[in-house]
Design a protein around this ligand. Sequence first.
Ligand code: SF4
Ligand code: SF4
Length: 363
Amino acid sequence: MNRVDPNFKEKLKPFGIGNWNECYHCGNCTATCPHTEEGFLFPRKSIRTIQMGLTDSIHKNVDPWLCYYCGDCSESCPRDANPGELMMALRRYLTTIYDWTGFSRILYTSPLALIIAFIMVAIAILGMGYVKNFDIHSVMEFGHRFEFIAILSVAAIILFPNILRMLWLNLIKGNDRAPAVSYISAFWDLILHMFTQKNTLKCTEKRLRWFEHFILVIGYLMLLFTTVFLNWFGTDNMCTIILGYTVGVITFVVTFLFIVRRLRHESEISKFSHPSDWLFVIWLFLMGLTAFLVRVSIDAGIIDNFLWLYLVHLIILAQWAVLIVPFGKWTHFLYRSFAIYIAKIKKDALVKQHEKESVTVAT
Ligand code: SF4
Ligand code: SF4
């Protein structure tokens, strides 16, 4: 049975803007969206479920993750209902549904709680600096250990259970049964799309955007790899140092361009920015920039005088690792990849159902 929540539209408001009541289902957006196909009628189907307040259908809906927010549907909407932004709002909302801790809901809906959480992380890092007598070498050693511990803990305690919850909502509670082999073969789609985001290319005239995102994902992952696993701040290996500089520059140049575009409201997709969008790009930019400056200080032999710079970098890194990665927009990277996995299984289940129906009709 599908639960009906007549107030659902109100509950969605903190997650984004949109005049979703204005939609009169002309279907323009569905016809415009390059991702529309049988069983995935973007984005009108999602608007319908919101208007009707069908919460169970919304919770097992992966359509919002399959949208790459090109903004074409919003441009074509005769009622200015802003269907593209609706998909964004639903993604933010679904993040809070998957999150077992309930923390993402607090962070997405309460700016005050978000500010307090960021300040608490900063105080914790400064407190650690105090315990280490503000000795640069001890603080950097702690910073390197912290990166390892944060990645493993966030993945094991928060992200992994949340992914399981997403899979449970869609594949077990959602009751879509595909042939057993689909559950294995769909993993290829998951990996492929996680690293290439190649479905962005379906959006017309968005090749540059795809390239920027691709470069950013690779740059970010490489920066993570270089600092955490190759110990960029502690190494003398020239190849590692150059690699770190390169990916650091890529990260902060691309994110800087994203920030400028959002500030200029250049296109449909940058007309509205939720606080979580700002946090994501600004923190990624600051992380790339401060990592770059820390390494420059090490190479110039002046890091002993720039403890404050490393502490600023560590505060930004810690806020990113324990707040934005597990509870904020970073999770889109993960949930979208698993949504592609789920969508592939749902498509196979649909094909199986059609085959069953045609056999029944024939007999
Ligand atoms: S184009 Fe606008 S009015 Fe038409 S179905 Fe889409 S959201 Fe609704
Ligand atoms: S924003 Fe683009 S990809 Fe997303 S639903 Fe609209 S047309 Fe489709």
